[in-house]
Write a protein that binds this ligand. Structure first.
Ligand code: ADP
Length: 178
């Protein structure tokens, strides 16, 4: 039996921001199933563990039965085949996102012709919002409440304090990249 139209929104979500939430809310209504797929990338050293990243997204969408949140590793195209997904959702902010996203979309189509990538333009308030920026601001104790959902803001503040107390020297360059 067919699952209808299945979309996958892959990303690092380290952590999920209001920009991601906006993309999910705008995109989900067009699909029967919508999975937020959190990447396990051994090459990246994330600020939040895969479990923490997933928990935060689940907290934000806990009243939304349409949103499924899962970890995935390896090639996105293999994951798409497993999920029988026809659509990949990605967000576009400034022009700077375009080159990378263009390359990814064409490569994924070459590897797996059964899926297409759909792009949503960001909403205006989130044009310059990135997870990397949010982490940098949290690191210096700045206000991040307008950039991330409340449960994420709390965790960012807690984590920043925790890291600072643990070993201030270790803080330098530790996990604040994307
Ligand atoms: P990745 O490591 O795959 O780039 P991210 O978690 O940084 O993962 O982003 C996942 C997707 O969400 C990407 O398509 C990215 O362009 C998009 N995105 C990130 N921030 C925003 C934002 N502020 N507005 C719209 N889309 C965004």
């Amino acid at each position: 039996m067919s699952d209808g139209l299945v979309a996958v929104y892959p990303g690092s979500f380290d952590p999920i921001t209001r920009g991601h939430v906006d993309i999910i809310n705008r995109a989900k209504r067009f699909f029967d199933k919508f999975t937020v797929a959190v990447a396990i990338n051994p090459r990246k050293r994330p600020f939040f563990s895969i479990e923490e990243r997933i928990e935060m997204i689940k907290e934000v969408f806990r009243n939304d039965p349409k949103i499924e949140v899962e970890a995935f590793k390896g090639l996105l195209v293999d994951y798409l085949a497993k999920k029988k997904a026809q659509i990949v959702i990605r967000g576009l902010r400034a022009l700077s996102d375009f080159e990378y996203e263009f390359q990814m979309a064409l490569t994924n189509r070459k590897l797996y012709a059964d899926a297409e990538t759909f792009f949503l333009m960001t909403s205006e308030p989130f044009v310059y919002l990135s997870a990397a920026m949010v982490k940098e601001i949290a690191r210096f104790g700045g206000e991040i409440e307008c950039m991330v959902p409340p449960p994420v803001a709390k965790r960012l503040h807690d984590k920043a304090k925790e890291l600072e107390n643990a070993d201030p020297d270790k803080f330098e360059g530790e996990g604040f990249n994307d």
